[in-house]
Design a binder for this molecule. Structure first.
Ligand SMILES: Nc1nc2c(ncn2[C@@H]2O[C@H](COP(=O)(O)OP(=O)(O)OP(=O)(O)O)[C@@H](O)[C@H]2O)c(=O)[nH]1
Ligand SMILES: [Mg+2]
Length: 194
């Protein structure tokens, strides 16, 4: 399956461009890309960037697709699905667990559903760590057209497969960690990131 890494945000909480912020000598987004790429069911990784970010990310050695919509992550997923089925993650997730990605991709394949997404006990979804079918693009198109930009809302309106986080290996949860603020860097360095 294609791996799509979203990179169309503006890093407002972080300050300057978090995706190129170097951690252990490599840009944050490369940590996410390399972890995703090492999942055995991910055959190729593309970056889905805003027009503003695309030029800055081209040198990393991965294909860059421009998300022209500027409507948030839902537009990134919509753009990614133009390339086919995709496992979508955020570029600010440096602790992705490859086995977890493979697990979701496998469950997605077995389920035949439009989306396969992790779900916490309180109902919270992890839509930026989920597998999507290209047929879901039609649902997103409808939502975007009417100005509904909630990815969670779109998923809930569809025939989705939910993977309860509670029943999964505990250490897989670190896969969801994402860097939003500078203070998150401290947690990241403590995590023993390689
Ligand atoms: N392609 C695409 N990606 C987006 C868009 N908006 C956010 N993202 C990405 O989605 C992921 C999660 O977003 P956030 O954690 O809110 O990142 P952000 O928008 O850069 O940060 P804040 O400005 O602080 O909210 C990050 O990898 C962003 O780059 C968008 O409009 N298009
Ligand atoms: Mg984030």
């Amino acid at each position: 399956m294609l791996g799509a890494v979203l990179a169309g945000g503006r890093s407002r909480r972080f300050g300057d461009d978090k995706l190129l912020f170097r951690i252990e000598g490599r840009p944050l987004i490369l940590h996410a890309i390399e972890r995703l790429e090492s999942a055995s069911l991910i055959r190729e990784v593309v970056i889905v960037a805003s027009a503003d970010n695309a030029g800055k990310l081209g040198h990393l050695g991965y294909g860059v697709v421009v998300d022209e919509l500027s409507v948030g992550p839902i537009g990134g997923v919509y753009t990614a699905l133009g390339l086919g089925d995709a496992f979508v993650v955020a570029g600010d997730m440096p602790l992705i667990v490859p086995e977890f990605v493979d697990y979701i991709v496998r469950e997605f394949g077995k389920s035949g559903k439009a989306v396969c997404v992790p779900r916490w006990t309180n109902g919270y979804l992890e839509p930026l760590h989920a597998a999507y079918s290209k047929v879901f693009r039609r649902v997103l198109d409808e939502k975007i057209k009417i100005g509904e930009y909630s990815l969670n809302g779109a998923i809930r309106s569809a025939d989705a497969c939910y993977l309860d986080v509670d029943g999964l290996p505990f250490h897989w949860r670190e896969s969801f960690f994402n860097v939003n603020r500078r203070s998150d860097l401290r947690k990241l360095l403590k995590s023993g990131l390689k």
